[in-house]
Design a protein around this ligand. Structure first.
Ligand code: NAI
Length: 203
């Protein structure tokens, strides 16, 4: 399996996977790169190149066997390997993320949350326990590598520092602040507002 994939191609793989999963019926046993490209508004050559990273191989004239391509994408993206993740900041956004069932489709189990508000510690949100943030260090030595940060901007850097010390190596950051993390910790920022601003600029 080729893991030297450009990040931009990697980002498109879940888009292909979602689309392929959304199709159903016997008439959808095969699908061509052209059909995927047309449905997603992308170029066919680009789609073929992206899918080649996953070892998804199309057959001349018929295209890809949809089930095989889904399996190749799921394997490449590690959907079949369960990865545990925690959430820090069980406020408005955090609650919504804890209740979201979509992470499981990628093998990700957001199984617990941490918050600094003593009135939240000991409660459950969507069946997941909320723990005092002081207990974050207990993740050290566990198999948990992923964390979602949904705390106010002013608290995000110290949360990032604690997570890094606790052995977290991937942080999905919703706080509107540029986090400084050690070199072995990957931070991805999600900013819906900035995306809307870009979208609005394109109209
Ligand atoms: P909120 O105020 O409802 O929730 C924040 C939670 O973090 C609270 O439960 C609070 O007790 C907890 N908290 C505060 N300091 C903490 C610390 N040091 N350790 C652990 N928990 C701590 O805020 P909301 O609306 O849920 O937003 C959360 C963050 O997400 C904010 O930074 C906000 O700007 C950001 N946000 C980003 C969006 C995006 O598109 N990127 C969209 C919506 C919110």
């Amino acid at each position: 399996m080729n893991k030297n994939i450009p990040e931009i191609s990697l980002q498109r793989l879940p888009v292909y996977l979602n689309y392929l999963r959304s199709l159903s019926g016997d008439d959808k046993k095969y699908i061509s790169s052209g059909a995927i490209a047309a449905a997603l508004g992308m170029g066919e050559v680009l789609v073929r190149k992206d899918l080649a990273y996953t070892s998804g191989v199309g057959r001349p004239k018929v295209g890809y066997v949809r089930a095989e391509l889904i399996a190749a994408l799921e394997e490449y993206l590690g959907c079949n390997i369960r990865k545990r993740a925690v959430l820090v900041g069980a406020g408005g956004l955090g609650r919504a993320l804890l209740a979201y069932g979509g992470f499981e489709k990628y093998g990700i189990d957001v199984f617990e949350a941490y918050d600094s508000d003593p009135s939240k510690a000991g409660t459950e949100i969507a069946g997941k326990p909320v723990r005092p943030v002081e207990e974050l260090f207990q993740l050290k030595g566990s198999d948990v590598r992923l964390a979602i940060v949904a705390v106010p901007a002013a608290a995000a850097q110290s949360v990032c520092d604690t997570l890094s010390e606790a052995g977290i190596s991937g942080i999905l950051n919703f706080a509107p602040v540029q986090l400084k993390a050690p070199g072995d910790v990957v931070v991805r920022n999600i900013d819906v507002a900035a995306n809307l601003a870009v979208l609005s600029n394109m109209l």
